[in-house]
Design a binder for this molecule. Structure first.
Ligand SMILES: Cc1cc2nc3c(=O)[nH]c(=O)nc-3n(C[C@H](O)[C@H](O)[C@H](O)COP(=O)(O)O)c2cc1C
Length: 220
């Protein structure tokens, strides 16, 4: 099993979302034949997408300048990590009501027409299929299931654009709402992680975890 872990906390390996993703990956990989690739977007930041880089993505291979080729090679390496993965694990904090700009930059590097998705008469179709994605979402406040959750639908759409439609979100919320709420948010997430990892190991990695069968994390 190949696992790709993407960390997007600005605090790198000290981020709560990173720690949750780490815990899940350790439990998933523990005692298994697993290959884990970690891409930390704070330690190795990606440049923002700009017109020059986008033009490089669109240019025909034979017509690329060396600068454009380097930009495409960089993007290709990120896409190759995705292609090689059976399981994708993403740590996603909420910053200023959205995903970290580092993570948005990563999506901007891997969402490439003709490579990871294609346009059809019915709209874009993702080309990376048959993978399972887990998203570990940390927030200072509490938004899960409310109209103020400005991240979940956005991340789902970004993943679906690539063809990643089998996605499970795990939330740790209320992390800035005092010690008790913070502890409850983290404990709930950790309990869900244990159940998810055990369920996937039991399935021999092949099955799909059914979120309805699991207790929903609750917050005081
Ligand atoms: C720059 C910044 C902006 C934040 N904005 C929000 C926000 O809009 N809503 C929220 O609920 N929490 C917000 N928080 C709190 C974080 O979501 C929370 O601390 C979370 O644990 C961060 O995850 P991390 O430790 O993996 O980076 C913000 C934190 C930082 C550092």
């Amino acid at each position: 099993m190949n696992i790709l872990q993407i960390n997007s906390s600005i605090f790198a390996n000290r981020g709560q979302s990173t720690l949750l993703a780490d815990g899940f990956v350790a439990q998933l990989a523990g005692g298994q034949d697993a290959d884990v690739t970690v891409r930390d977007l704070a330690l190795e930041p990606l440049p923002h997408l700009d017109a020059e880089r986008f033009a490089a993505f669109l240019a025909q291979p034979a017509e690329r300048s060396s600068v454009q080729q380097a930009a495409v090679d960089h993007s290709d390496r990120l896409i190759e990590e995705l292609r090689a993965a059976d399981v994708i694990v993403i740590g996603v904090p909420m910053y200023n009501f959205g995903i970290p700009s580092q993570l948005k930059a990563w999506f901007d590097h891997v969402a490439r027409a003709g490579v990871t998705f294609r346009y059809t008469e019915k709209g874009p179709e993702g080309l990376l299929k048959g993978k399972k994605t887990y998203v570990f979402s940390t927030r200072g406040g509490q938004y899960e299931g409310t109209t103020r959750d400005s991240e979940t639908a956005h991340v789902r759409d970004l993943l679906a654009l690539l063809g990643l439609t089998d996605v499970t979100f795990v939330y740790a919320e209320g992390l800035a709402q005092g010690d008790a709420t913070r502890q409850a948010g983290l404990s709930n997430a950790q309990a869900t992680i244990r159940q998810l990892a055990a369920a996937r190991r039991k399935d021999g990695h092949a099955g799909h975890w059914d979120r309805r069968a699991m207790p929903r994390p609750s917050h005081p």
